[in-house]
Design a protein around this ligand. Structure first.
Ligand SMILES: Cc1ncc(C[n+]2csc(CCOP(=O)(O)OP(=O)(O)O)c2C)c(N)n1
Ligand SMILES: [Mg+2]
Length: 328
């Protein structure tokens, strides 16, 4: 019997996807401006161009599902429910940030809502999500472990270890590869012979799904099925989202010599937000005017988050030793 197709998102769900993508985009545009103005320091890896991935996946997750992120983690954090204010304050190293200003851009944590952290280390999200799913299975907790990782992580040992074990033990986990074709400036095709990440799933015995990572509806549909499988005890899924970062690897870095302007322009023409906007307007889900109103509200939210962070205090110097050793 042919598999029943998952239902399309409702009007409310579609508009929520649109709004979430805009939150990710407008917040990072604001951070980019602040970085250029010297208002924040350190590595800032934007997710601009890839918003459909975190948005489509996290729309299916609950607070008690656990997401493990990457160095490019602002979008994962926001999509999982970290507020723009907490994110901005953390990136600016303020005491009001979700890690108390200790972490910065690459150490955003909010375990209360299942955001288990971004990380400067490439790869461990995969084994951590497998471990979380394994713990949930042993403890009989209805919880899904979700790993986001880039193409650069797929040749790390953690990819093999995490995915192999998750498949072998039917662990409730979802492995989301954001294949943006480059690891810093190294093209994926130079790092591996088989550039189709989803096809690797066959060798571990789990489903591997390839989706257009700039089409939030496609990501949403694949994620819905993967979450359903995980919750039903059917095991993990590997989802490869083909996508593209349209800014440099990290703010302040050069963005030339390893990819062409034509390639960047081509992907910009497939902007995930504009693509969904077209579908919403063409399908009469909402008018352009209604979408513009959402955008205005979201822009205001990003500006408010920036002002909140700039107005927040730095951590007290006297607290420098707190969170270093266990207390008591
Ligand atoms: C284990 C490890 N190796 C190398 C690095 C250096 N490094 C930082 S980001 C990066 C590229 C990651 O590429 P990818 O996983 O494709 O993610 P993207 O930046 O494209 O989102 C590398 C190699 C690291 N942080 N950790
Ligand atoms: Mg990459």
């Amino acid at each position: 019997m042919a598999k029943k197709k998952d239902p399309a998102p409702t009007k409310e769900q579609t508009l929520a996807l649109y709004r979430t993508m805009l939150v990710l985009r407008r917040c990072e545009e604001q951070l980019v401006k602040m970085y250029a103005a010297g208002k924040l320091y350190g590595g800032v890896h934007t997710y601009i161009g890839e918003e459909a991935v975190a948005t489509g996946i996290c729309a299916h997750l609950r607070n008690d599902d656990c997401v493990f992120s990457t160095h490019r983690g602002h979008g994962h954090a926001l999509a999982k429910g970290v507020s723009p204010r907490e994110l901005f304050a953390e990136v600016l190293g303020r005491a009001t940030g979700c890690s108390g200003g200790r972490g910065g851009s690459m150490h955003i944590f909010k375990p209360e809502i299942g955001f288990m952290g971004s990380s400067g280390i490439v790869g461990p999200s995969i084994t951590l999500a497998a471990g979380t799913g394994y713990a949930a299975k042993i403890l009989k907790i209805d919880r899904v472990g979700v790993a986001f990782f880039g193409d650069g992580a797929t040749n790390n040992g953690s990819f093999h270890e995490g995915i192999n074990l998750a498949a072998a033990w039917d662990i409730p986990a979802i492995f989301v590869c954001e294949n943006n074709m480059y690891a810093t400036e190294v093209p994926y095709k130079k790092a591996t012979k088989n550039t189709n990440v989803a096809s690797r799933a066959a060798s571990y015995g789990l489903p591997g799904v390839e989706v257009d990572g700039n089409n939030v509806l496609a990501v949403w549909e694949a994620a819905g099925e993967a979450v359903r499988r995980a919750r039903a005890g059917e095991g993990p899924t590997l989802i490869e989202c083909k996508t593209y970062r349209t800014r440099a690897h990290s703010e302040g870095m050069r963005d030339a010599g390893y990819r062409t302007q034509e390639e960047v322009a081509e992907w910009k023409s497939r902007d995930p937000i504009i693509m969904l906007e077209g579908k919403i307007v063409d399908g009469a889900v909402a008018t352009k005017k209604e979408l513009d109103a959402i955008d205005a509200e979201v822009k205001q939210m990003a500006e408010d988050a920036a002002a909140f962070a700039l107005g927040s205090p730095l951590p007290e110097p006297g607290s420098v030793m707190s969170h270093v050793y266990a207390e008591g």
